[in-house]
Ligand binder design. Structure first.
Ligand code: UT7
Length: 318
C-alpha cells in the first residue's frame, strides 16, 4: 500500500497571537517561546465536512483519479459536523459515489490510526484507491476564556490517496492507547437523557493538563519511533523526515535531542496553523510534497499522539 497523492485545505481567516492578547491574559512572546505557534486558521462559515471536501478534491486532483475510482473513505476527526451522519458519509454524498465510508476518532493520534485501519482493510479486500482525510474544526470546542488552551488550536484538513500496490510503500504501522490518562485531555460530554433519567448539560469545551500531556508526548513519540525502526530493521540515519503531530515545537526539539537526530529532520509548520489534531500530519505532508521535499524511495516516519490518550507511528517508503 502506498500514498500516491496528498492534498490540504485551510480556511483563509488568520487568528494571530496579537489577536489572542485581546481575549485573554497572554502575549506573543509567551505563546511563541512556549509553543512555537504564531498564528492559526479559523473557519467562519465552513464546517469539518467542507474542509474535508476541499482537501479531498485537491488530493484527487494530484492523484489524477476521479471520485468514482474511490473504494473507501475514512475521515479522521474528533470534531464532526454532527453525530449523524458521518463526515465520510457527507463526502460520499458530495462526490455522488458509492463506497464504504466512515469516521474514525482517535483525536490527534487519528491520522496514524487511519493509516493502520485503511491499509488493513485494503490488505483484506479488493479496494484499489482509498481516500484518508484528517479534518478538524477544533475552534468549535475551544473555551476562548481559557488561556491554557485557546492559544493552541486551529482548523484545517489534509488528505491522502492510498493505492493498493506491490511497491513497498507503507511498511509498518504501530498504534497504542492509554485510557487511564483520559483525564489529561478532554472535551464533549453528552448528557444522558431518556424518559427515566436526565443529566445536566455539561461544559463541552476542551480541558487539558498541558504539562502532563507534554511529558506523555515526549515519552510515547520517542518509544513509537524506536519501535517502528526496530520492527522494520531500519537505522535512524536512513530516515529523511519525521512528520509528527504539530502540538508544540518544544516536544519535537526534545525528541530530536533524545534520539540524537538533526532537528531539521523534524518537519514543523505549527507556527502557521497551531494544533489541528488529526489534520496536522496530512497538512504537513502536503506542504512538504508541494515544496518538493518528498522524493521517491525516501523513508519517512509519521507520529501521532493525543487525547485518549492515543499514539502511533508509521514507517513509509515514499
Ligand atoms: O494535541 C494533543 C497533544 N497536546 C500536546 O501535546 C500539548 C502538550 N502541552 C504543551 O504543549 C504545554 O504544556 C503548553 C503549551 C500547553 C503549556 O506550556 P507549559 O510550559 O507546560 O506551561 P504551564 O502549563 O506549566 O504553565 C506555566 C505558566 C503558568 O503560570 P504559573 O503557574 O507558573 O504562574 C500558567 O498559568 O504559564 C502560565 N500560562 C500562560 N501565560 C501566558 C499558561 N498559559 C499561558 C498563556 N499566556 N497563554
Amino acid at each position: 500500500m502506498r500514498i500516491i497523492a496528498t492534498g490540504s485545505y485551510t480556511p483563509s481567516t488568520v487568528l494571530t497571537n496579537d489577536f489572542l492578547e485581546e481575549l485573554v491574559d497572554t502575549n506573543d512572546e509567551w505563546i511563541t517561546s512556549r509553543t512555537g505557534i504564531k498564528e492559526r486558521r479559523v473557519t467562519t462559515n465552513e464546517n469539518t465536512s467542507d474542509l474535508a471536501y476541499n482537501a479531498a478534491i485537491s488530493a484527487l486532483k494530484n492523484a489524477d483519479i476521479a471520485p468514482k475510482d474511490i473504494d473507501l473513505i475514512v475521515v479522521c476527526t474528533c470534531t464532526p459536523d454532527a453525530f449523524l451522519p458521518s463526515v465520510a458519509g457527507m463526502l460520499q454524498r458530495k462526490f455522488d459515489i458509492s463506497c464504504m465510508a466512515f469516521d474514525l476518532n482517535a483525536a490527534c493520534g487519528g491520522f496514524v490510526y487511519g493509516i493502520k485501519v485503511v491499509t488493513s482493510l485494503m490488505a483484506s479486500s479488493s479496494f484499489k484507491y482509498c481516500l484518508l482525510v484528517g479534518s478538524e474544526v477544533l475552534t468549535k470546542l475551544v473555551n476562548w476564556e481559557d488561556r491554557n488552551t485557546c492559544i493552541l488550536f486551529g482548523d484545517g484538513a489534509g488528505a491522502v490517496i492510498l493505492e493498493n500496490s506491490d511497491k513497498k510503500g507503507i511498511e509498518y504501522t504501530y498504534c497504542d492507547a492509554k485510557g487511564d490518562m483520559d483525564y489529561a485531555l478532554k472535551a464533549g460530554g453528552v448528557p444522558l437523557s431518556n424518559p427515566f433519567y436526565k443529566e445536566d448539560i455539561k461544559d463541552y469545551r476542551i480541558e487539558m493538563l498541558g504539562s502532563e500531556v507534554f511529558k506523555f508526548a515526549v515519552n510515547v513519540v520517542y518509544k513509537s519511533i524506536t519501535k517502528v525502526l526496530e520492527k522494520t530493521n531500519t537505522n535512524i540515519e536512513e530516515i529523511s523526515y519525521f512528520v509528527c503531530h504539530q502540538a508544540n515545537y518544544r516536544i519535537l526539539k526534545k525528541i530530536a535531542k533524545d534520539l540524537k537526530v538533526d532537528e531539521e529532520k523534524f518537519y514543523m509548520n505549527l507556527e502557521k496553523y497551531g494544533n489541528t489534531s488529526s489534520a496536522s500530519i496530512p497538512i504537513a505532508l502536503d506542504e512538504m510534497n508541494r515544496k518538493g521535499l518528498l522524493k521517491d524511495g525516501m523513508k519517512i516516519v509519521l507520529v501521532g499522539f493525543g487525547a485518549g490518550l492515543t499514539w502511533g507511528a508509521t514507517l513509509i517508503n515514499w
